[in-house]
Design a protein around this ligand. Structure first.
Ligand SMILES: [Fe+2]
Length: 305
């Protein structure tokens, strides 16, 4: 009798533990699926039009967020942005196919058929270029394909939307500024040397994948910095924020959201996809919609949430 009770107790404990593990797996699976739309609003008196709507997407990592990423496109269509900004790591280096017939390229092609796309380089695109032996011809194929699609990668380049008074810069950050544990700081004059001087009479939008260098970016006086890379810190804890950065820093200072420094505003997205650690907990994938208003009154009537 005693043996039977002990066996029954062991079975109950095992079943409870199995149920707890199953519920945890279901929870992580649910948290890691789908995406949301996050909205921010700003005023900038240098804008030449009353209103400009930016959509920011980053770190797709070649994932499919649903229906061949048509769900993401549908969400974009509902927001009707004036332009779509891709802040890097749309692909994942080492994941085949990297640059042709991939989820990322198919998605970007669909987006570029409807919207003007500005693509900034991430560390995964940069790795294709840096390691040609591991990825022969892939970086060139990616760039060629993006050119064909009409979403060219901005490699230390500037393009302008003159009617809106906006200058867009894509910063090409090299590997040393992504290193794990010992990331090299960018020099104070790095952006001046790479991008030239910033015309502060116009609205400047800097696409720069790694937010860790925001203080140095701010020295160049961009109005907006659009970043990704950190994936929201993978797990986001209440009060503490994101837990782990790709540079393996615990509780990175910049995890997700809006950050201000010396007149510059950084919009840091949690991104859309995952890689290596394929989970998100309390850290839903997102696309960001950022509305810029020229006049305070429009911001107050349209933009205040
Ligand atoms: Fe990245």
């Amino acid at each position: 009798m005693v043996v039977m009770i002990a066996s029954l107790k062991a079975i109950c404990i095992t079943a409870a533990a199995a149920l707890a593990v199953l519920l945890l797996i279901l929870f992580v699976y649910r948290e890691s699926r789908g995406f949301k739309v996050v909205r921010y609003s700003f005023v900038n008196g240098k804008l030449k039009v009353p209103h400009f709507r930016m959509a920011l997407i980053s770190d797709l990592h070649d994932c499919d967020l649903g229906n061949d990423n048509r769900d993401v496109l549908k969400a974009l269509d509902e927001e009707a942005p004036d332009a779509v900004f891709l802040a890097g790591d749309m692909i994942t280096s080492g994941l085949e196919p990297e640059c042709h017939d991939s989820n990322a390229l198919k998605f970007i092609e669909r987006v570029a058929k409807k919207y003007t796309v500005y693509y900034g380089i991430g560390n995964h695109e940069e790795k294709l270029r840096r390691c040609p032996k591991d990825h022969p011809g892939e970086f060139e194929r990616l760039c060629d394909r993006l050119d064909e699609i009409g979403a060219p990668m901005l490699l230390d380049e500037k393009v302008s939307i003159d009617e809106a008074g906006i200058d867009i810069y894509g910063l090409d950050l090299s590997h040393e500024y992504y290193r794990r544990l010992k990331t090299r700081q960018i020099p104070d004059d790095h952006l001046d040397n790479k991008l030239g001087s910033n015309d502060t009479s116009r609205v400047s939008v800097l696409i720069a994948h790694n937010p860790e260098h925001f203080e140095k970016f701010a020295l160049w006086k961009p109005d907006f910095v659009l970043s990704g890379h950190v994936h929201g810190g993978i797990i986001s804890l209440p009060l503490l924020g994101g837990v782990l950065s790709p540079q393996l820093k615990l509780f990175p200072r910049y995890d997700a959201g809006v950050f201000l420094k010396d007149g510059s505003t950084m919009i840091l997205t949690r991104g859309l996809g995952t890689h290596t650690i394929p989970v998100r907990i309390f850290n839903k994938a997102e696309i960001v919609i950022a509305d810029i208003y020229r006049d305070q009154k429009d911001f107050e009537t349209e933009g205040m949430i």
